[in-house]
Ligand binder design. Sequence first.
Ligand code: AHR
Length: 619
Amino acid sequence: FNVDASSKSARAMPDNLFGIFFEEINHAGAGGLWAELVSNRGFEAGGKNTPSIFDPWVQIGNDSNIILSTERTSIFERNEIALKLEVLCDKNAKSNPCPSQGVGVYNPGFWGMNIERGRLYNVVLHIMSVKSVDISVSLTSSDGSQNLAQHSIKGQKFLGWSKVEFKLRARGTNSNSRLQITTSKSGTIWLDQVSVMPSDTFKGHGFRNDLASMLSDLKPGFLRFPGGSYSQGGTLMNAFRWKSTVGPWEQRPGHFNDIWNYWTDDGLGFFEFLQLAEDIGALPVWVIHNGISLNDQINPSSLPSFVEDVLDGIEFARGDAHSTWGSVRAEMGHPNPFKLRYISIGNQECLNGNYRANYLKFYTAIKSAYPDMKVVTNCDGSIGKLDHPADLYDLHVYTSASDMFSKAQLFDKISRNGPKAFVSEYAVTGNDAGKGTLVAALAEAAFLLGLERNSDIVEMASCAPLFVNDNDRRFNPDAIVFNSDAQFGTPSYWMQQFFKYSNSATYHPSTIQVSNYPYLLASALTWEDTNSRRKYLKLKILNYGSAAVPLNMSMSGLETTISSNGGIQAVLTSSKLSDENSFQEPKKVAPVLTKFAKAGGKMSVMIAPYSLTSFDLLL
Ligand code: AHR
């Protein structure tokens, strides 16, 4: 393995080569990264016509004690539905006393709420009543038997809609808890917009701490959002439209995610995506709705309003705090503009007959208002010259492990002119991939090594999908698996950790060869730890074959010498190619780090079969 680390053959790598792609799929956001514990918090999921179903809320008490129904009595214009509780029993009535636990309603959250002892939870509810109420708001186990935290509202009248806020500190732990709102007093009560959020979220911005930390640990250069197909919607009616997702959370209508088949309250809206990008040190990449959904599309006469909508969205993100939409952002707590520099005109609609015409309208309007904005087309610029202007072209690569391995060469022969590539979705899928196997991760590593080598024409890449709530698998495999209280990275997540120092690094050409063994791929780069200001030479070696390989490594041309103090070796492998991680064995396939004592310009190492190995050598 020979590395030419001289400055004359070195090349700067893109600042945002590796990033992440977040899609609202598999309950990645609602019931996932967004830390809201209440599902269907505004009772809107059943639709605008009443009476409607209000799943997953469940009645506590039988029909002779309480009647629940939905009504359009909310004070919020864009989400009119509220829940009416007609309590027929009364603790003091001889004929119909309430059961000892009271009657009311509970919400199980998204497959159980994770409540942890000692933790504080912010509770908000909107309430109206015809007479004074005695209600109890509690966090309990899934059968209601274990009371983990409770707040009582006694003798208060809410003749008009009132917002009630308080904190609950949990005195027990249960990852399958629920929120209960109960009473033993007859009367009518209306509830609307009920929220329970842990008070300690990532950077205080509402993201689940453990999941957001896993994202920031990848040091992503960019965050592409909100989809994927989710950004298009199955139909126009159900697509993600940014204006419906900003402003106070109580006033957001929410929408049905008709691509992945679940309701989202849109707590994780446009503002929160921009905030998330900032919080994890990534540049936002907004995938806009270009007027084409999967099963319908706009009438061309409506295109100008869609274009206007996108310009408004850009103003929301980066206009000054006094601009029309910038002021909405400022009111939401972010007076400074977000760093929105990339816009994708849709997701994968290139083959639609109207795509180009729509694209050009968006492109022209965006570029004339924001000349520095980089615009991404989803027509494939790798197979020939594009017939429309673009800064980048988007490519989605889903394939088998063997084909992904061969795609390490995908960009080697592609023209060096024209727009750069953005591989915004890549993954090994199908039988090889299972729910995230070692072989899938290794094949993806081959692909990424190819992208590094071609990073003169590949500007960005991200895997897909990022998250899966284990209770709602819509797409396999995914990088991060979670349930209400636990999470783990699949081998692909850990593989991506090997590439997290590639952004802004310096690439050095290298050759790797062992006769009759075409299964080795490698890359070499130098990177600087921004905290310690130390510089490292990073060597990555993929062995996609079954032999252990003794390897002589030689690094020449470096301006600084390799410190003899050694370095760190990381190895990702496992006993079987089909090995996966799980809640029981979350790190069965994860990098094993070892320090080695001596390093130098020449080193002899042993590379394990079916492995990805990296050496970080201190310079
Ligand atoms: O990543 C899952 C889906 O695959 C995305 O929504 C879509 O863009 C692609 O087809």
